[in-house]
Design a binder for this molecule. Structure first.
Ligand SMILES: Nc1ncnc2c1ncn2[C@@H]1O[C@H](COP(=O)(O)OP(=O)(O)OP(=O)(O)O)[C@@H](O)[C@H]1O
Length: 587
């Protein structure tokens, strides 16, 4: 907090100090002086003057307090919110991809993000509440002790009430919130699915809504069950705390004081008035003090979680600094690489291959063979469990990660279109009209420029209707072409295309592969394709199965081998062209 907004820390401290000073002053000095002055018959104007001066002081304190609580802290809260969330998102953006496949990471993340800035402010305010409240409690109890030694015994009730039972219910509340976090995440997921347009078609054409509705209700039941489980653990200590703090303390001190003043006549009226008012203040100060303590502990647990999240040491930090890679690519090599997403489930098995710089390489194989995983490893989205990956003869772990990733221009299979302009969707960075030539060229190569040109706002057209009434929705193939244009537009020495034509018609597919081949003449290019006709011009084809290379060579070599690749090719050609005699096609 000090790092983000010093003023908020200082004003929280001053406001808390004033709050308690005003309390102690009113309950002890003010009442004692006024009742004493009446008893000593000091005169109306003298007392009025004292009341007015004290009133002025109270008004100033109250105005300052309201300004801090009502205006300054909420404003500071927005700045804290902005800076803290930036830190949170930076962290989430910097952790390795694997974290997003770990549900305990998600739970920690959700708990950290949930009202993080409010909790941080609460901890600071309550921290000063403990400090100044502790001093105020000592002053008030000493005053009571001076009037009557035995009356302080009544303090035991609010102390036990607040410290023991207050602690129990705060702890139970934290545990309940923690137990509810996975259910809340499930509810958030269903809310997201219902809200996002991406899911709307499937939702309308299937009965998946019912499954989601059931999941939602299950999660809701989970929340209700958790609330039920913790109801007694929270309510009983709350009731006992209130009973001991208010009823026993208030009534006890009042009856005891009245007995001493009326029956025993051992304290006078001023002392009885001071006793009653300090008793009320003492109770409140104690409540506030323990509330601050408990709140600090409770929010402290959230803040601790936030801190653990922010201090999580990335195993593969996105901002990893290392040597800068050369922009010319001479080789890419996988050396005995093994990898698994989860323990005991190897996806890549002792894989080794070598790619010459400036060559065009195709990865082919059945679904789930591990092609995309190889690309993810090459992008260093994951690190191998065994073996090493080398680019230009250097282990990729030694490179500055951002600079290393900038070597690649990629079109992903599971692409995402952003609710931004077409220009921004192609460049994937901030852009201006000066970039138009590059964007247009990329869109032409991807075979979608004619369509974009026909749109009234051209490159400025916003994709999707999320924010803009005039936003456009394109066909699946057109969307995919825009994604492919990303790889054309980025000036990078290695181009990667993961199933770039899965949504294209045969003519568009053919044109696209022509463009890709032309584009990659002086570049290293890796592409994944299920359409084997598209790999005929590759310099090297790797046929994968179960995370290892089954066959490798040029298309011709693999056909001559007459193994798995040739078999797959025959089957595809047969189905695709619906011809019996393929000799002509193969030739
Ligand atoms: N994030 C992940 N967590 C766990 N397992 C995964 C993950 N991503 C992929 N897998 C598993 O790894 C295996 C290989 O997946 P990969 O995407 O590399 O295959 P692929 O050859 O590209 O398949 P396709 O041709 O269908 O795209 C699959 O069995 C898949 O279930």
């Amino acid at each position: 907090m000090w790092g983000i907004r010093k003023g908020a820390v200082l004003h929280s401290a001053i406001a808390k100090a004033f709050e308690y000073i005003a309390w102690v002053f009113y309950s002890y000095f003010f009442i004692r002086y006024v009742v004493g002055a009446i008893q000593d018959e000091r005169g109306f104007y003298h007392i009025l003057q004292f009341i007015l001066i004290s009133g002025g002081f109270f008004i100033i304190v109250a105005l300052y307090y309201s300004y801090i609580e009502g205006a300054y802290i909420p404003l500071a809260g927005t700045i804290i919110y902005q800076k803290l969330y930036r830190k949170l998102y930076e962290k989430a953006g910097n952790v390795e991809l694997r974290c997003f496949e770990d549900s305990s990471f998600y739970n920690r993340y959700t708990l950290a993000v949930d009202g993080a800035s409010d909790k941080l402010i609460l901890v600071i305010q309550n921290f000063f509440g403990i400090f100044t409240g502790g001093i105020a409690a000592i002053v008030v109890f000493s005053t009571m002790f001076m009037i009557d030694k035995f009356v302080v015994l009544f303090i035991v009730f609010p102390i036990v009430g607040n410290f023991l039972f207050g602690y129990l219910y705060h702890k139970a509340e934290y545990e309940r919130d923690k137990a509810m976090a996975p259910y809340k995440r499930r509810i958030d997921y269903v809310n997201r699915v219902m809200y996002l347009a991406d899911y709307s078609k499937e939702m309308r054409l299937s009965k998946v809504f019912h499954i989601l509705k059931n999941k939602y209700e299950e999660a809701l039941q989970g929340i209700i069950k958790t609330a039920d489980q913790y109801a007694l653990k929270i309510n009983v200590p709350t009731w006992i705390r209130n009973y001991l703090t208010f009823t026993v303390m208030f009534e006890g001190v009042l009856m005891y004081g009245a007995y001493r003043a009326i029956v025993g006549k051992s304290i006078d009226l001023a002392e009885l008035a001071v006793l009653s008012s300090t008793m009320v203040s003492a109770s409140w100060i104690l409540i506030r003090f323990t509330e601050s303590l408990m709140e600090c502990m409770k929010q402290g647990l959230f803040v601790e979680n936030l801190r653990t999240f922010l201090e999580y040491e990335e195993k593969l930090p996105e901002d990893y600094d290392g040597i800068m890679p050369a922009s010319e690519i001479s080789s890419i090599e996988f050396r005995n690489v093994s990898f698994s997403y989860k323990e005991d489930c190897k996806i890549i098995h002792n894989l080794s291959f070598y790619i010459e710089g400036n060559s065009r390489v195709a990865l082919v194989g059945h679904n789930g063979a591990g092609k995309t995983t190889i690309i993810k490893l090459l992008f260093r989205l994951y690190d191998p469990d065994e073996g090493e990956i080398l680019v230009n003869g250097i282990n990729i772990k030694e490179y500055n990660l951002k600079a290393y990733r900038s070597l690649f221009a990629a079109a992903f299979q599971d692409y995402k279109i952003f609710a931004l302009s077409i220009r921004e969707n192609v460049l994937m960075r901030e852009s201006s009209e000066e970039d138009d030539e590059k964007v247009v060229d990329a869109l032409i190569k991807a075979g979608v420029y004619d369509k974009i040109k026909s749109l009234p706002k051209g490159l400025d057209t916003i994709m999707t209707k999320e924010f803009d009434e005039e936003g456009v929705l394109l066909s699946g193939g057109e969307f995919q072409k825009i994604v492919v244009a990303r790889a054309f537009a980025k000036n990078a020495p290695i181009k990667v295309f993961d199933e770039p034509s899965s949504a294209l018609d045969p003519i568009a597919e053919c044109d696209l592969y022509d463009s890709i081949m032309k584009e990659s003449i002086d570049k290293t290019m890796i592409f994944i394709s299920h359409r084997l006709s598209s790999v005929r011009n590759a310099d090297m084809v790797f046929m994968l199965e179960n995370g290892t290379i089954l066959e490798q060579g040029t298309h011709k070599e693999l056909m001559a081998l007459n193994g798995s690749y040739a078999d797959m090719y025959h089957k595809q050609a047969k189905n695709y062209l619906a011809v019996e005699d393929l000799q002509e096609v193969i030739a």
